[in-house]
Ligand binder design. Structure first.
Ligand SMILES: Nc1ncnc2c1ncn2[C@@H]1O[C@H](COP(=O)(O)OP(=O)(O)O)[C@@H](O)[C@H]1O
Ligand SMILES: O=C(CO)[C@@H](O)[C@H](O)COP(=O)(O)O
Length: 534
């Protein structure tokens, strides 16, 4: 019997990624398809289309299918032996939704292995451009949902979050109200994660509890759809969503399409897919007390928590690896794309030059602070670029090096301030686990460590959502017998120390954090200082 392999996928904003691991949990294959570069025919920027209202953001669903065809072909050409794969799982950017047209289930089930999947599925989607997490066009649907269930806090008490524009229930409500006929033609609505699982399963895959918590529809304590939330969004929604399942569920064997076209074993199991942040929690083997910071297209911060209290800021999600636990999540929309814009403007498009600017400037930036929100931020709700000198006076520009440090310090101060608002305290034993593309950059990690006054650890791959998905594939095979993910991954390499805080960092940043929090109040959108530019 050939040595078993496990696959972990990540359908993220800018690319499709895959990792294969062996039974010793070693990464033996890693690859990606970059949507803008490798699939230029879709003409996306950063994997997305920003529509003319600047609020609507979508991605073409067939691009995701074509990316899967492409990456599997690359693996096949490189000699990857698919017959050894015993199980696979995956992750998707959270909140995005896919709309399957009536009758598509038959096409999905009977796809011909002679054709790439995107050709068979080209007529399957009633909405060809899927709304994704960057969308902020559903303000009216959010107000209506909160009103329908008795207010923002009440909605958070049920679903883990107040109404957020990118959350799937509000996106579905928008589609139903603007295009009722499209909604009626839709037989199934998937998240990006469950859509990706469906492609492997050859059938509609259920939504898992953890990614399902990012919809404003799931009762996160009872782990079932909330009837009042469903009714407030669209009629007949429960049927279109299917029953949610635990994140470690085995959904079934891989579709015959993959055995015939790529040589997968017909016994290869598909384990429920989940959100990319939940999958990263698994990949980084987060423990209670740790803080995870993902620096991908979005920046996110997440924690493992046992007894959550939903609030008006941040999100509580069902934990993807332990059905008794939860995770808290904060999302910052102006992450890597914001850093790339400042890198292009101030460091000639070079990460090396960007890093040199961080080295050549002093921690604390001589009191200069900045807020950098090219697009409407989620945490906090604010937009625009706002720079303040050491006397709290607004200034119109900074020298290039000062700008770069102000951006990075500002991004991490915001993370610490908002994590503390959630009740998180940096303790002497705190470990920060960093992941995502920008975690390759040691100079950025040094600022992170200094602002939090805590050591920063990384794992061998920045693609923790893929790795976590591969771990979850193994876990899925044994979860029924009460084996924990921690048991399954106990032989995996421990996270490695990347940087430690500079002496004196806490004293330096304590007053700056206070100033940053006060200045943030001035730049957030409020009824009195409404954000006209979005
Ligand atoms: N050396 C670096 N320094 C800072 N950022 C980097 C570096 N290398 C890559 N990145 C950032 O990583 C981002 C991609 O991160 P990734 O986690 O793969 O995103 P996603 O999963 O959302 O597709 C890129 O947009 C890029 O800005
Ligand atoms: O909206 C959120 C989390 O709430 C985002 O974190 C998305 O899940 C996108 O992930 P990346 O592609 O940036 O990793």
């Amino acid at each position: 019997m050939a040595a078993p392999r496990y696959l972990g996928w990540d359908f993220s904003t800018q690319q499709l990624k895959v990792i294969a691991i062996d039974e010793q949990l070693r990464v033996i294959y890693e690859d990606n398809v970059h949507f803008d570069k490798d699939l230029p025919e879709f003409k996306t920027q950063g994997g997305v289309y920003i529509h003319s209202d600047r609020l609507t953001v979508t991605s073409p669903v067939l691009m995701w299918v074509k990316a899967l065809d492409m990456i599997l072909q690359k693996m096949k050409s490189s000699g990857f032996n698919f017959s050894q794969v015993r199980a696979l799982s995956g992750a998707g950017q959270q909140h995005g939704s896919v709309y399957w047209k009536k009758g598509s289930i038959q096409i999905l089930k009977n796809a011909s292995s002679e054709l790439p999947l995107h050709q068979s599925l080209k007529a399957c989607f009633s909405v060809s451009n899927s709304p994704i997490w960057m969308d902020s066009s559903t303000a009216s649907q959010c107000s209506a949902l909160e009103k329908a269930v008795g207010g923002a806090q009440h909605l958070a008490n049920i679903t883990g979050s107040r109404a957020y524009e990118r959350f799937t229930g509000n996106q579905i409500a928008k589609i139903y109200s603007q295009n009722p006929e499209v909604y009626l033609q839709t037989e199934r609505i998937s998240l990006v994660s469950s859509f990706a699982a469906s492609l492997f399963l050859g059938a509609y895959a259920p939504i898992d509890y953890s990614d399902g918590s990012g919809m404003n529809l799931l009762h996160i304590w009872e782990k079932s759809w909330s009837a009042s939330c469903l009714d407030a969004c669209a009629p007949g929604l429960e049927e279109k969503l299917g029953c949610p399942v635990p994140s470690y569920s085995v959904l079934g064997p891989i579709s015959p399409y993959y055995s015939q076209r790529y040589g997968f074993s017909p016994d290869c199991k598909v384990v429920a897919f989940t959100g990319d942040n939940p999958a990263s929690l698994a990949g980084m083997r987060l423990q209670e007390g740790d803080i995870a910071i993902s620096l991908g297209t979005s920046d996110t911060l997440f924690l493992w928590i046992q007894e959550p209290t939903p609030a008006l800021e941040g999100h509580i999600l069902c934990n993807p690896v332990d059905s008794q636990a939860y995770m808290a999540l904060l999302c910052f929309k102006n992450g890597s794309l914001m850093r790339e814009r400042i890198r292009d403007d101030c460091a000639s498009g070079s990460w090396d030059e960007f890093s040199k600017a961080l080295s050549s400037t002093v921690a604390g930036n001589n009191g200069n602070l900045g807020f950098y929100f090219d697009v409407m931020e989620i945490t906090p709700e604010a937009v625009g670029i706002h720079r303040f000198n050491r006397d709290n006076q607004k200034v119109s520009d900074f020298p290039k090096e000062v700008e770069i440090r102000a951006l990075i310090e500002g991004q991490f101060m915001a993370k610490r301030i908002h994590a503390e608002k959630l009740g998180y305290k940096v303790m002497p034993r705190t470990r920060i686990l960093a992941t995502g593309g920008a975690s390759h950059n040691k100079k950025i990690l040094q600022v992170l460590s200094d602002v939090f006054n805590a050591p920063v650890y990384t794992i061998d791959t920045a693609n923790s959502a893929c790795l976590g998905s591969a771990y979850r594939a193994i876990h899925g095979l044994v979860a029924e017998t009460n084996v924990s993910l921690a048991d399954v991954v106990k032989l995996a390499p421990e996270p490695r120390l990347a940087v430690t805080p500079t002496a004196g960092a806490e004293e330096l940043y304590r007053p700056l954090l206070k100033r940053y929090a006060e200045l943030e109040q001035k730049v957030v959108c409020s009824p009195t200082s409404s954000c006209l530019v979005r």
